[in-house]
Design a protein around this ligand. Structure first.
Ligand code: PHE
Length: 372
């Protein structure tokens, strides 16, 4: 009897001394938008190195690739919850994948925090899915105001990726504000993975567009930029945050020079003390300036860990609630507040591609866009 008791106690202590808090990290590390996943992962790893423990326990990261696919994103979330028993999940990057994975997280009552998914439906009607970024009604509005007032554009051809919830939504929000401001817009469709855009570009030319806006992601934005130049389009090129990966320039080269896009962050805009520290720490670890998605990934991890700390125990319901009580959190991307609906209210940054780099152009604050 005594021996059994000792054996039991040994197992008991062994178990508890190795107790960890598991956090799932679900990202597109391969496939169409793999650059996005890699960048977020860099930021999450840096944050993890800086904060290794919470509630006195080690934090263990469980990284799962979803190959940039919606079904895989849902599978990855299921696996993180059922097999790995994670307390919470950081992810996904793109809205379509966060929508697919978020549905599972919601059903299983496991908090999920997206660094970057901006489509309103990502958090709509949910309790467990939140984000550390602004949403697309604001991003689309800011882009429209910039296009109309700053660039003086009148006719915009909007290239819509019909496979991406993000692109479909952002297109509508842009057009809504742009037409209210007196501009004209025409939707022209394509699909993720398309390589050939001459039919779409010809339509944009015959519409008489003074700009092409591609609301998709960097691989297609870069190709549209190249092919539109080849077909004689001389107007402006615009995009949303989906342009924001160094691969845009690697693929697009000269053709993306002068492209304007809305985004969340620029490393030269050192908004908080934390932003400066982050840029330095990132530079030390990776030898280059951080990208937007690395900064957002860093913030998502830090905010999640802060919420776990405030919850006081590893309880998923409490953690989900605490995430939405995040107030004045000093992050790499600025001061972050997450509202009761799981959305952050933040400024939009406008970048332009200049001399093969992303140059900081302007900031638009939430209260600056009032369009009736
Ligand atoms: N906002 C995009 C989406 O929701 C994702 C994204 C954010 C991509 C930031 C790049 C940079 O799909």
């Amino acid at each position: 009897m005594k021996k059994i008791l000792i054996a039991f106690l040994l197992v008991f202590f062994a178990f508890f001394s190795f107790a960890t808090i598991k956090i799932g990290v679900v990202l597109p590390l391969t496939g169409g938008v793999s650059a996005f996943g890699q960048l977020v992962w860099e930021g999450v790893q840096l944050a993890h190195e800086q904060v290794l423990k919470v509630l006195g326990e080690e934090i263990e990261l469980v990284l799962i690739d979803n190959r940039s696919e919606k079904t895989e994103a849902a599978n990855a979330v299921s696996r993180a919850i059922e097999k790995e028993h994670v307390l919470a999940i950081v992810g996904e990057v793109v809205s379509g994948n966060t929508l697919a994975g978020g549905q599972i997280a919601e059903e299983k009552h496991v908090p999920m925090i997206s660094p970057s998914s901006t489509n309103p439906l990502v958090t709509d009607g949910k309790k467990f899915v939140s984000r550390v970024c602004f949403t697309d009604p604001f991003q689309g509005g800011a882009l429209a105001v910039f296009a109309k007032e700053n660039l003086g554009l009148k006719k915009v051809a909007v290239f819509v990726d019909i496979e991406q919830d993000y692109s479909v939504g952002l297109t509508n929000f842009f057009i809504d504000t742009f037409t209210k401001l007196g501009g004209q817009a025409k939707k022209i469709y394509f699909k993720s993975g398309d390589q050939e855009f001459s039919a779409q570009i010809t339509q944009a030319l015959s519409f008489g567009a003074d700009a092409i806006l591609v609301t998709g992601y960097y691989p297609e934005i870069a190709l549209v930029a190249q092919q539109s130049k080849m077909l004689g389009f001389t107007g402006k090129l615009l995009a949303g945050d989906g342009a924001d990966a160094p691969e845009l320039i690697q693929i697009g080269g000269e053709a993306v020079e002068g492209l304007y896009f809305t985004t969340h962050y620029h490393p030269d805009a050192k908004v908080t003390e934390k932003s400066k520290e982050f840029v330095d720490a990132y530079f030390k670890k990776y030898g280059r300036k951080p990208s937007t998605l690395s900064a957002l990934g860093y913030d998502a991890y830090m905010i999640l860990v802060d919420a776990i700390k405030r919850a006081g125990k590893a309880d998923s319901e409490l953690v989900a609630q605490e995430i939405r009580k995040t107030r004045n959190f000093e992050g790499a991307t600025g001061i972050i507040n997450i509202d009761e609906n799981g959305n952050a209210v933040k400024s939009v940054v406008i970048d332009v591609v200049k001399n093969g780099e992303f140059a900081f152009e302007a900031v638009i604050n939430p209260d600056q866009i009032v369009v009736k």
